[in-house]
Design a protein around this ligand. Structure first.
Ligand code: 6PG
Length: 260
């Protein structure tokens, strides 16, 4: 599993590269298979990437008619709630581009029975990827992830049951750290992706990033260590603050891809 760690001066530079990478991978997937299937990240960090993608200079480069939007996780709130990952993506991007509504696959975090909401989202994945339960997990073209200052990703939090999941693709995970339950894709699905792109910003995440990237293997404590695509790549986009404690200096992105 190729792992690339790219270092950027600041959060804006991380978001700009992430937005261009989204466009690049959309092109490649649509050219190769006629569609682009992407799982969006939650939390605050990706909002700027979504805003940049909504700008016509980038949005016109994506064939939204051939794009299918999924979510890596969702909070137990309605879609119009300030904490909703769907709301963040909708306000910053999805309401501003011409993507067919049927191709936006929201996780229903507001449902009282989150376990059924999880199995229903699995059914959505089965249908959207034209899979059967016997077949392996859906293979996203791109999975966008963030990382918490405790090393969690999606809603795979330290010490929680979802970390052990090897069969289900989506679960409702009890997260005592936040006194709540969350819907989340599981490691088998995240690790089936062609590319997983992490965006990690801010000095408050430096200790966790050091542990995840350079520390001893301990995914129960640092769940982001679980992310190792079987036949895909991992791209870590980190700013100076988040990378401050890394012994291995992140690569300079400028030699990788020409800024467009
Ligand atoms: C969520 C996310 C979560 C997020 C990290 C980082 O729903 O909260 O999926 O995994 O990526 O908590 O969050 P920030 O970007 O807000 O720091």
């Amino acid at each position: 599993m190729p792992r690339v760690i790219l270092g950027f001066d600041d959060a804006e530079a991380v978001s700009r590269f992430a937005a261009r990478e989204f466009v690049r991978r959309a092109h490649a997937a649509i050219e190769a298979a006629g569609s682009f299937r992407v799982a969006l990240a939650g939390g605050a960090t990706p909002r700027r990437t979504y805003e940049l993608l909504a700008d016509p200079s980038l949005s016109r480069q994506v064939d939204w008619e051939a794009t299918h939007i999924f979510f890596g996780d969702e909070r137990a709130v309605p879609p119009d709630h300030p904490d909703s990952n769907y709301r963040t993506a909708f306000e910053a991007l999805l309401s501003k581009v011409r993507i067919p509504e049927a191709q936006i696959h929201r996780m229903e975090g507001e449902r009282s029975d989150l376990d059924t909401a999880a199995t229903d989202y699995e059914a959505t994945l089965l249908e959207a990827f034209d899979l059967s339960v016997e077949s392996g997990p859906p293979r996203f073209d791109l999975v966008m992830l963030g990382m918490g200052d405790d090393g969690h990703t999606a809603s795979l939090f330290p010490g929680t049951r979802a970390l052990e999941e090897t069969r289900s693709w989506v679960v409702a995970n009890d997260v005592p750290q936040k006194a709540t339950r969350r819907l989340t894709l599981t490691a088998p699905v995240l690790n089936a992706a062609r590319c997983v792109m992490f965006t990690v910003e801010g000095a408050d995440k430096a200790a966790a990033l050091l542990a995840v990237l350079e520390g001893p293997r301990d995914p129960r404590t640092f769940p982001s260590q679980l992310i190792a695509p079987v036949d895909g790549e991992v791209l870590w986009l980190v700013d100076r603050g988040a990378a401050a404690r890394l012994a291995l200096k992140p690569e300079d992105p400028s030699h990788l891809r020409s800024p467009s």
